[in-house]
Design a protein around this ligand. Structure first.
Ligand SMILES: *Cc1c(COP(=O)(O)O)cnc(C)c1O
Length: 357
């Protein structure tokens, strides 16, 4: 079976984890958390990194850091993974959904301004499948209306927008290190920022909002979102390899592009000229997706459908019309995209697609 996405652990993972066990660094105190936080933040071009238990927790922590709550509105794309929406709901704020672009699958920036109201407190773009959003236009709106941006960069570690890395393009960036992401800690996440006050507040809130100087006294509702050193050890080993992994993924994407370029009906992913996508998922659009999915599975090839947009989730139906998201969620298919994928796998997958279609 060729898996849709698999972790790739070929560096110092075991060595660093053994070091944690040998030194009793099994909880959140110890040097691996510090090293992973500062190393990953620096990688994103940021001064501060605050690790968390998951990407979902990182998103929630970012919004809590901004003080977002009941009565506030947060603008998000409807085409995303559920965590983006959940993080807004956790704060009590109201998510305002925006449709996506047909080619990049990212939030349609031309539709953001009409949804900005006096209650808008945050814009949350998501760099879908590793291709950064059109940030210049979002930053323009952010400055015009004085609304902070939180990037959901959970799928875009190391992706570049005009030479700068995703997550470091705005006020706060959020990452996930779940097992299927480009680098992993098993479960985990991180908030990155260049804002010293945000960093201090996020660090405090994620650790139960302890008050300095007075033991067991808490002035606000904090969370336990602490990452352990065991996870950070894994993350640090992965971080040492991230550029190599991204190179492999980009190479694999160009091989897919080559083998699929003449297949009628298949729409290939785009990469805009000022972007360096990391192809977290190699995402295509096809006719008769369910049939293709089943046939590929029969040939030992695992795939993933595109996300079901947020306006279609049974716990959050909002009645709006989002035709592009509806369309791509019907026809979109993610082909195997793991770092360990070989050229012969890609050739086989593409030949199967040609034959089935
Ligand atoms: C994976 C992902 C998350 C959440 O990550 P977890 O670590 O699983 O909580 C959030 N947003 C997007 C867009 C993701 O793909």
């Amino acid at each position: 079976m060729i898996p849709a996405c698999e972790p790739y652990l070929d560096g110092n993972e075991l060595k660093y984890i053994s070091d944690c066990v040998n030194n009793n660094w099994i909880s959140s105190k110890g040097e691996y958390v510090d090293k992973f936080e500062s190393g990953f933040a620096r990688y994103c071009g940021c001064d501060y990194g605050i690790s968390t238990t998951s990407g979902t927790a990182a998103l929630h922590l970012a919004l809590a850091t901004l003080g977002i709550g009941k009565g506030d509105e947060v603008i998000i794309p409807t085409f995303t993974m559920v965590s983006t929406l959940l993080s807004v709901l956790y704060t009590g704020a109201t998510p305002i959904l925006i449709d996506c672009e047909p080619d990049t699958h990212n939030i349609n920036v031309d539709k953001i301004e009409e949804k900005i109201s006096t209650s808008t407190r945050c814009i949350m773009p998501v760099h879908i499948y590793g291709h950064p959003c059109n940030m210049d236009l979002i930053i323009e709106l952010s400055l015009k209306y004085n609304i902070p941006i939180v990037e959901d960069a959970a799928e875009a570690h190391g992706a570049k927008y005009r030479g700068r890395r995703a997550g470091g393009l705005s006020d706060i960036g959020c990452f996930s290190f779940y097992a299927n992401k480009v680098i992993t800690t098993g479960e985990g996440g991180m908030v990155v920022t260049n804002n010293k006050e945000y960093a201090a507040r996020a660090r405090n809130l994620k650790n139960l909002a302890y008050v300095d100087g007075i033991k067991y006294w808490h002035q606000e509702v904090g969370f336990n979102y602490r990452m352990t050193n065991l996870q950070a050890a894994l993350g640090l080993a992965q971080l040492e390899k991230i550029d190599e992994y991204i190179k492999k993924r980009r190479k694999n994407a160009s091989l897919y592009n080559y083998y699929l370029k003449d297949v009628t009906g298949v729409e290939l992913p785009v990469e805009l000229p000022w972007i360096k996508s990391i192809y977290w998922m190699y995402a295509i659009k096809v006719p008769c997706r369910e049939f293709l999915t089943a046939e590929l599975l029969g040939k030992g090839i695992e795939t993933r459908p595109f996300f079901i947009p947020m306006h279609k989730q049974p716990f959050f139906e909002n009645g709006g019309s989002y035709p592009i998201s509806d369309e791509i969620s019907r026809s979109g298919l993610c082909l195997p995209s793991g770092t360990g994928l070989k050229e012969k796998d890609i050739e086989y997958i593409c030949n199967c697609i040609k034959e089935i279609l």
